[in-house]
Design a protein around this ligand. Structure first.
Ligand SMILES: [Zn+2]
Ligand SMILES: [Zn+2]
Length: 147
């Protein structure tokens, strides 16, 4: 069953055509500001996301290597997309919170654990990575969420 999702107002709908079972959480300051909390997302290859016709989608280039899409009507965040050159260019990290039914998806890693506010923590014995470890992995050519 493909996952479907949308923004809060429902104007921006999408379908993920590839199987999705794993999610990553990011605590970096950009994800925190953008999402208003902990950003959890699922990796989707660049040809795996079908975006609804006439979806009112705005794009904010948040860094040299990625952009963030949102609904221009209600403001909901939808996905982060890699824009850096390389084999992972165009990969989507779709906000888990935008999925209509996120059941069956398991959190497998936390990124930028060193930027996580001290007042909360996610439980579970999954992989945790600091920002420095994350950037070292990027420089080594492994995209986020690939392990
Ligand atoms: Zn909307
Ligand atoms: Zn982040």
């Amino acid at each position: 069953m493909p996952h479907t999702g949308s923004c809060l107002c429902g104007a921006a709908k999408f379908t993920i055509s590839t199987p999705v079972k794993q999610a990553a959480a990011c605590h970096c300051s950009m994800c925190r500001k953008w999402s208003g909390g902990i950003l959890t997302s699922v990796e989707v290859p660049k040809d795996g996301l079908e975006i609804g016709e006439s979806a009112p989608i705005g794009v904010y280039p948040s860094s040299d290597w990625g952009e963030r899409a949102f609904c221009t009507r209600c403001g909901s965040g939808l996905w982060f997309r890699l824009t850096m050159a390389g084999p992972q260019d165009g990969t989507f990290y779709v906000n888990m919170g935008a999925l209509d039914d996120p059941s069956g998806i398991t959190l497998v890693e936390e990124l930028f654990i060193d930027e996580k506010p001290g007042g909360y923590a996610l439980s579970g014995d999954h992989h945790r990575m600091t920002g420095a470890e994350f950037f070292a992995m990027i420089e080594a050519g492994c995209p986020p969420g690939s392990d």
